[in-house]
Design a protein around this ligand. Structure first.
Ligand SMILES: [Fe+2]
Length: 498
């Protein structure tokens, strides 16, 4: 497959400069910005179920399986309250697509994950523990990170063992029964790694091998995991990795692991009044790219202009170079401070993200970074069986010019096929959640199939699942299902085919 040609500055500049504003619609009558948080900043039901649900439009006959999603949900108990989007007990959602195209049976189930943290706080009748960016007075000392593990960021299906793992960044994976959504306890890959961090963005290679990492801020180390498709731990290795103080994502290629370590430095315990004061942006330090040889874990380090990031879309080998596609967040500390559930978004304090390309050349040691002109995007997703292989098709979220500037998040789903964008803006009152690409089948060309995702409509307090033809997102959804309630705004999801 020829390498993607995404770095056509003119096309993507035109997208940001003209297409997105053109897609924006006139804003609704002013809404209280707080209403966009209604489902997750107030009372929350621990369990939800509905279905079969009526389908609007034509459900694709071959689209069968389950979209699992997870995110921070419970933020208040006994008068104690968390105020950051990333702080909240994980709630697992399962949107199940059974039946066939003529008689689809769509249902939803949601359940708060019964972590030790949730159980301890329910027994106490109130939230007890300080979170990632919320400080609670009197928070007890921790036996380890899993004491406060809310299992609220992402999911990893393990087909060979029938497990679904709910992931956090700083602790163990939580094993969940994919049929009942009941938590079955933290996963121990081995005695030596029990309780060690297992990050929230593992990469499953085309052969089923799962690669992941874990880190402890300030340690200067990365713990690498290689897990066979059978679910058995194959290897672990500890890498020296200065500046690995906040590492949310990584990438794989057939030969390498790729880490992008941003110059966000950990400097100890949080100060009073600013729960993120233990992180400091070092404007003089580079973005460090580590290319790790999978065979012997040797590391080659590259330096790039300093930028932050949450998510990498993909990486692959190309003619002796390594290509990386990611979403740069130039002001990540500012972005983290913005993600409060008790304050409106402040557009004056917002720096747009940038869809960015990196080329690493192991032979020459040279590294190059190019921004594309597409900005304001996040939540990149690719073909689930092409991690580490060249990809042309990426699904992202974006903000239209018409979105209420006080509301956090996104209102537009956007796809890139090569350098050709398509997008659909949900419109006033909507917040779009991460959308995922579901290939039409194992042999189908990349980009054929569906883009599916949920969006929350705050005026009616309802969540809707939309299905798009992946080749025609501009045309709007081909099928929609609206739940009889709103779901807490989540983070990431995974589709498991039937
Ligand atoms: Fe993430």
């Amino acid at each position: 497959m020829s390498p993607p040609r995404l770095h056509r500055r003119t096309v993507l500049s035109a997208l940001s400069a003209s297409l997105l504003p053109a897609l924006g619609r006139a804003a609704d009558a002013p809404q209280a910005w707080q209403s966009s948080y209604a489902p997750y900043n107030g009372p929350l039901k621990a369990a939800l179920a509905s279905g079969p649900l009526p389908v609007q439009g034509r459900w694709p006959a071959a689209l069968r399986g389950t979209l699992y999603r997870v995110g921070p949900a419970r933020r208040e108990l006994g008068g104690a309250r968390m105020n950051h989007w990333f702080d909240g007990d994980g709630m697992l959602q399962a949107l199940r697509f059974a039946g066939d195209g003529t008689a689809p049976r769509i249902s939803h189930q949601g359940l708060l994950l019964a972590t030790p943290k949730l159980q301890a706080e329910e027994a106490a009748g109130r939230l007890l523990y300080t979170g990632f960016a919320t400080t609670l007075a009197g928070s007890p000392p921790l036996a380890g990170p899993d004491t406060v593990n809310p299992a609220n960021i992402n999911l990893l299906p393990l087909p060979a063992t029938g497990e679904l793992l709910a992931l956090w960044e700083a602790g163990s994976a939580l094993s969940v029964d994919p049929a009942t959504l009941q938590a079955r306890g933290f996963k121990a890959w081995s005695a030596a790694t029990q309780g060690a961090p297992f990050s929230a963005h593992p990469r499953t290679a085309p052969d089923g091998t799962v690669w992941n990492f874990g880190y402890v801020p300030g340690s200067g180390k990365l713990l690498v995991y290689e897990i066979a498709a059978s679910g058995q731990l194959r290897r672990t290795h500890v890498l020296d990795a200065p500046q690995a103080d906040m590492v949310h994502d990584f990438a794989i290629t057939p030969r390498h692991l790729v880490f992008l370590l941003m110059p966000l430095k950990f400097s100890g315990q949080p100060g009073v009044g600013d729960p993120l004061s233990h992180y400091r942006w070092d404007a003089n330090a580079p973005l460090a790219a580590l290319l790790v040889d999978k065979a012997d874990f040797s590391v080659q380090r590259f330096e790039l202009p300093g930028t932050g990031l949450f998510h990498i879309a993909n990486a692959w080998e190309d003619g002796g170079t390594v290509q990386v596609r990611f979403v740069a967040q130039p002001a990540i500390l500012q972005a983290l401070r913005q993600l409060r559930v008790d304050r409106p978004r402040d557009p004056a304090s917002t720096t747009p993200t940038q869809w960015t390309h990196i080329t690493l050349n192991p032979a020459t040691g040279q590294a190059r970074m190019e921004t594309t002109g597409l900005h304001g995007v996040e939540f990149p997703r690719i073909h689930p069986a092409r991690h580490g292989l060249p990809t042309q098709f990426t699904t992202l979220l974006a903000r239209s010019a018409g979105m209420d500037a006080r509301v956090h998040g996104f209102d537009t789903v956007l796809t890139l096929q090569g350098d050709k964008p398509q997008s659909h803006t949900y419109g006033p009152g909507w917040i779009a959640e991460e959308h995922v690409y579901v290939p039409a089948g194992p042999g189908a060309p990349e980009g054929r199939g569906w883009v599916i995702g949920t969006a929350y409509h705050w005026p009616t307090e309802r969540t809707t699942l939309s299905v798009f033809d992946a080749q025609a997102v501009n045309a709007g959804p081909v099928a929609r299902v609206t739940l009889p309630y709103g779901l807490p705004l989540g983070l990431h999801g995974q589709f498991v085919p039937a």
